[in-house]
Design a protein around this ligand. Structure first.
Ligand code: DGP
Ligand code: NA
Ligand code: NA
Length: 213
């Protein structure tokens, strides 16, 4: 339970899915609805391309830099860890964090490459120490459909064949905190389901359910 009179912790809500599944739209809609209801909340995205490490990741994703698969993976991990303390501080102070991608992208995208020494077990171990999501909203979409959406194809991983492998990796990650939604639904319909689940996660966090690792 929270300390008497102390702040009620915020919830860690993570959006995951293949490229162009509609995560960014749903994240923005959610942030607006939380703020309208007076819930203190921030929206972050990973990778955070604004840090020096994020700059390297950006060059890799834009195919301006070639990097070894282990090296780029560990840069993504480092990019999450460089925000770790700030995440913990905000959550403890009562701010709900909405993340557009997080550790689950790390596991799904790197394991999808099929490099033997970078399997899902290795990727999961690399995330140890980061706070676990209270709720993962997984927006499930057929890669053929995401490919038909605007902008698909410009960055490194945006190829239908690879996205199919990412989707199957995501399929193996689901646990009790995972809400799978059909991302082919209209955005408003999807948002209603997201908002209901997030409301429950925010209430559980405020009631003192401990943050996982
Ligand atoms: P965006 O979400 O549009 O900023 O794109 C980020 C891209 O990077 C997307 O294709 C998913 C991928 N990605 C995110 N995190 C990781 C990670 O930890 N490892 C790998 N290999 N790829 C990641
Ligand atoms: Na992308
Ligand atoms: Na995105």
């Amino acid at each position: 339970a929270p300390a008497p009179g102390g702040p009620r912790r915020g919830a860690l809500v993570v959006f995951e899915g293949i490229d162009r599944c509609g995560k960014s739209t749903q994240c923005s809609l959610l942030l607006e609805s939380l703020q309208r209801r007076g819930v203190r909340a921030e929206l972050w995205r990973f990778p955070d391309r604004t840090t020096p490490i994020g700059g390297l990741i950006n060059e890799y994703l834009q195919k301006k830099a070639a990097l070894d698969d282990a090296v780029i993976h560990l840069l993504f991990v480092a990019n999450r860890n460089e925000k770790r303390e700030e995440m913990l501080r905000l959550l403890a102070g009562g701010t709900t964090l909405v993340l557009d991608r997080y550790s689950y992208s790390g596991v799904a995208y790197t394991a999808a490459k099929g490099v033997p020494h970078l399997d899902a077990g290795f990727c999961r171990a690399a995330e140890t120490g980061l706070p676990a999501a209270d709720l993962v909203v997984y927006l499930d979409l057929d890669p053929e459909q995401s490919a038909a959406r605007g902008g698909f194809g410009s960055e490194r991983y945006e190829k239908v064949e690879f996205q199919k492998k990412v989707r199957s990796q995501y399929g193996a990650l689901a646990d009790g905190r995972w809400l799978r939604l059909d991302a082919s639904q209209p955005a408003e319909q999807l948002q209603a389901q997201v908002a209901a689940a997030v409301q429950r996660a925010v209430e559980r966090a405020a009631a003192g359910e401990p943050l996982g690792r």
